[in-house]
Design a protein around this ligand. Structure first.
Ligand code: UTP
Length: 290
C-alpha cells in the first residue's frame, strides 16, 4: 500500500530550550529563514506524502497560522513589487493537506501518536518527530518509504550515536541485511546500564508504523520518565513481526537542543545563497580568536 500520510508530533513542552520555548513552540524556531517544522513538511512532500496531521497543544496556534494564507502580507508584498519575498511565502499553504489535533495532556510521544488513530485509519503511516530536522540530498522519509515497500514491515530511521549519549535514546538490537539496511528484533528506551544497551543505533526522528500500533499503544503503560513511550510500543512490533532499520543518509539536527539549533543555523547558513559569503567570512574571523 502506498504511504501518503504523515503524523508530526509537535505537542512537547520543549523544556530543554527554555526560555525560548516559553511562549514559542520549538517547532517554529527558525533555521536561517524557515521554521523547522516547514523543513519537515517539505521533506514529507518531497517523499510523496499528501496528508499531514500535526499534533499540537495549547500555545502552538502559530504553527497553524504559518501554514495558512496571509492575504494582507501577500498583497503588501505584491503591491510593493517584492516578488522574491512573495514567492518565498506564496506556496506554503499549498504544500499538503494539513490538519491539526490537540494532545490535551502531555503524556509522551506514544500518547501523542495515539491521537492520530482516526486520521490514519487502516494504513501504514510515517511519524516525523517535530523537533528533528533532517537535511540531505535524498529525503530521509523517502529512504524509509523505499524500505517499507521492499520489506513490508514497520521502518525505523536510525543513526549511530556516541556511547556516552545512548542513554538519552532508544537503543536497537539489529542484524545487518545490506548496505544501510538492518533487521531490528528488539529495542529499549533510554538504557540505564551498559548491559541494557543493545547497540549504538538509536531511532532518530522518523519511523513508519503499521496501523496495528494503535491497539498496542492502548495497552502501553507509562515507561521511562513516566511517559507513554513510542519505543515501548514499537518494541512489541520488533519482537513479534520484526521491523526494518534504515540508516538514513541526511544529517539530523535536534531542534529541541540548544547546540543542535546552533549547528543547524551554521550548516544551513553556509549553503544559503543570501548569507553564505558573509557567514563564511565571519566564522573564519572568529575562529582566529578561539
Ligand atoms: P521530546 O521528548 O524531544 O520533546 O519529544 P519535549 O518533551 O518537548 O522535550 P523536552 O525534554 O521538554 O525539551 C520528541 C517529539 O515528540 C513531541 C515533541 O513535540 C517532539 O517533537 N511530543 C513529546 C509530543 O507531541 N507530545 C508529548 O507528550 C511529548
Amino acid at each position: 500500500m502506498k504511504i501518503t500520510k504523515a503524523v508530526i508530533p509537535a505537542a512537547g513542552l520543549g523544556t530543554r530550550v527554555l526560555p525560548a520555548t516559553k511562549a514559542m513552540p520549538k517547532e517554529m524556531l527558525p533555521i536561517v529563514d524557515k521554521p523547522s517544522i516547514q523543513y519537515i513538511v517539505e521533506e514529507a512532500v518531497k517523499s510523496g506524502i499528501t496528508d499531514i496531521l500535526i499534533i499540537t497543544n495549547r500555545g502552538k496556534g502559530i504553527i497553524e497560522d504559518h501554514f495558512d494564507r496571509t492575504p494582507i502580507l501577500e498583497d503588501a508584498l505584491l503591491n510593493g513589487n517584492k516578488t522574491e519575498l512573495y514567492k518565498s511565502i506564496e506556496n506554503i499553504h499549498k504544500l499538503a493537506n494539513i490538519s491539526y489535533i490537540r494532545q490535551i495532556e502531555t503524556k509522551g510521544l506514544g500518547h501523542a501518536v495515539s491521537r492520530a488513530k482516526n486520521f490514519v485509519g487502516n494504513e501504514p503511516f510515517v511519524v516525523m518527530y517535530g523537533d528533528d530536522v533532517i537535511i540531505g540530498d535524498t529525503p530521509a522519509t523517502k529512504e524509509l518509504i523505499d524500505a517499507y515497500e521492499e520489506y513490508g514491515k514497520g521502518v525505523l530511521g536510525v543513526k549511530s550515536v556516541p556511547e556516552n549519549e545512548i542513554h538519552k535514546y532508544g537503543s536497537l538490537k539489529v542484524e545487518h541485511l545490506r548496505d544501510n539496511i538492518y533487521n531490528c528484533t528488539d529495542m529499549v528506551e533510554k538504557p540505564q546500564t551498559k548491559e541494557e544497551v543493545m547497540s549504538l543505533f538509536a531511532v532518530l526522528g522518523r519511523c513508519i508504523l503499521p496501523p496495528e500500533i494503535f491497539d498496542i499503544l492502548e495497552n502501553t503503560t507509562p515507561g521511562a520518565g513516566g511517559e507513554i513511550q513510542l519505543t515501548d510500543a514499537m518494541r512489541e512490533l520488533a519482537t513479534t513481526v520484526g521491523m526494518t532499520a534504515v540508516e538514513y543518509s541526511g544529517t539530523r539536527y535536534d531542534m529541541g537542543n540548544k547546540l543542535g539549533i546552533l549547528k543547524a543555523s551554521i550548516d544551513v547558513g553556509l549553503e544559503h545563497d543570501e548569507v553564505k559569503d558573509g557567514l563564511r567570512e565571519y566564522i573564519k574571523e572568529i575562529a582566529k580568536t578561539l
